[in-house]
Write a protein that binds this ligand. Structure first.
Ligand code: SAH
Ligand code: SF4
Length: 432
């Protein structure tokens, strides 16, 4: 979502004459787009700011002005603190307000006197109405926010506070954006949302469209060959979304976080479902697409997590068999209910549990990848990491490296998988 927001900021700034550069040296504006989800991400903001300040100071010696901005969820949550601690920052704005960047830049550089901008309001109107309809494509795959925010208030999570309440974009606006991306050579779209399967967009006829309906409408668009979506919540899972995976353009990949395999911890997290629901959902998906790749998120060391609770998580993982997953140590976040809970888990216990879980998940990823050796998989090439080498993704979202001509970049081709290093795949082009 942050990568998508950063692209949108570039789109908003393009008409003002700004274009993206690869490094901060010589830039006229530096925007640090930030994440508040865990403490580690937040800590990085201040160390990065300290580093970036130098570019502003160097420019001043040459009588050149550099605008410095902090955007994203840390800006939203800690705007005043940043303003106080980093006086060289000119603009602080949250993830809901970057549609007004042209106005903020005008004020911050104003002919009638410069103004420092602190903008952490939640806009009343549709944030997306302020953004340019067209995203500039950067390759054959494109991310597209369709839903934002969350009303679920899991006890560990800051998202409802930083991104605001749940909101779905209009289907027509999304489909127009997909067509515009298609016209720029995009073949794969990934629909984004904090709870993307809660999507319920109202169309011009006043009908509500589900994520599955949106994906099937997208599948009708010529030139779009692959559709993905992330991230889903078990509570919002509808049968029509599961069934949409029968469509050849809907990729056989599901990212469905469960966080914990213990019913007691799920309850304390306010996830509002038990582990059985998760098993039922995965079973339904596997009925529709037996080969579907399952991915998830886990939090280890939530307050009160006993050895048995952790063992329940390990048991769930053993049963599900993931193709990939993200796992994190619980990080107490300011303002959340869990941050006030007792039963804090010792750091060394968290470390040991995380290591054990990650060893299992890595083994499952290796097993999944090894199963694809010898198979011929349609691969969408999206980059040339080295001369003579192409990088692409399989339908199961595996990274694949092959030797091939750069003219194939952006194309879909069949690759025979020859090996894996556990994480990614090696293969060779099958010339039909
Ligand atoms: N809406 C999604 C997740 C969004 S946040 C869901 O409900 O599943 C992305 C991931 O960050 C979460 O799945 C969780 O695993 C992790 N995360 C969020 N808050 C965290 C915290 N306080 N400590 C550790 N991990 C956290
Ligand atoms: Fe955070 Fe996801 Fe829970 Fe919403 S559903 S509060 S985004 S973890």
């Amino acid at each position: 979502m942050n990568a998508y927001d950063s692209r949108k900021m570039a789109d908003v700034l393009a008409p003002m004459g700004y274009n993206e550069v690869d490094e901060p040296e010589g830039a006229d504006m530096i925007i640090l787009n930030t994440c508040h989800i865990r403490e580690k991400a937040t800590e990085k903001v201040f160390s990065e700011l300290g580093r970036l300040k130098k570019h502003k100071q160097d420019a001043e010696k040459e009588d050149r002005k550099v605008l410095m901005a902090v955007a994203g969820c840390v800006a939203q949550a800690e705007g005043d603190f940043i303003a106080e601690r980093a006086p060289y920052v000119d603009m602080v704005f949250g993830p809901q307000s970057f549609g007004t960047l042209p106005e903020m830049v005008a004020e911050a550089t104003g002919a009638y006197g410069k103004k420092r901008i602190i903008n952490t309001d939640f806009e009343e109107e549709d944030k997306f109405d302020k953004l340019p309809e067209e995203t500039i494509a950067t390759g054959p795959t494109a991310f597209l926010a369709v839903q934002e925010g969350c009303d679920k208030f899991c006890t560990f999570c800051v998202v409802p506070y930083t991104r605001g309440g749940e909101y779905s974009r209009r289907p027509e606006a999304i489909l127009d954006e997909v067509k515009a991306l298609r016209d720029q050579g995009v073949r794969e779209v990934s629909f984004l949302g904090q709870n993307v399967n809660a999507y319920h967009g109202l169309n011009a006829d006043g009908e509500t469209k589900s994520l599955a309906e949106l994906m099937l409408m997208t599948a009708e668009i010529d030139g779009i060959e692959r559709i993905r979506y992330t991230t889903s919540h078990p509570r919002d899972m509808q049968d029509d979304l599961i069934e949409s995976h029968a469509h050849p353009k809907v990729m056989p990949y599901l990212h469905l976080p469960v966080q914990s395999g213990s019913n007691k911890i799920l309850k304390a997290m306010n996830r509002k479902h038990e582990r059985d629901l998760y098993f039922e959902i995965i079973e339904k998906f596997r009925k529709v697409r037996p080969d579907i790749a399952i991915s998830g998120d886990f939090i280890i060391g939530f307050p009160g997590e006993t050895d048995q609770d952790f063992e329940d998580t390990m048991d769930l993982v053993r049963q599900i068999k993931y193709s990939s997953a993200y796992s994190f140590k619980y990080s107490p976040r300011p303002g959340t209910t869990a941050a006030k809970m007792g039963g804090i888990i010792r750091e060394d216990i968290k470390d040991a549990r995380l290591q054990e879980l990650q060893a299992l998940l890595n083994q499952q990823m290796r097993d999944f990848n090894e199963q694809t050796i010898g198979k011929e998989l349609p691969t969408l090439f999206d980059g040339t990491p080295r001369e003579g080498q192409l990088y692409g993704r399989s339908p199961y979202n595996q990274a694949i490296y092959v030797t091939g001509h750069p003219r194939l970049d952006g194309q879909m081709d069949t690759v025979r998988i020859t090996g894996t290093n556990g994480k990614s795949l090696m293969g060779e082009l099958v010339l039909l």
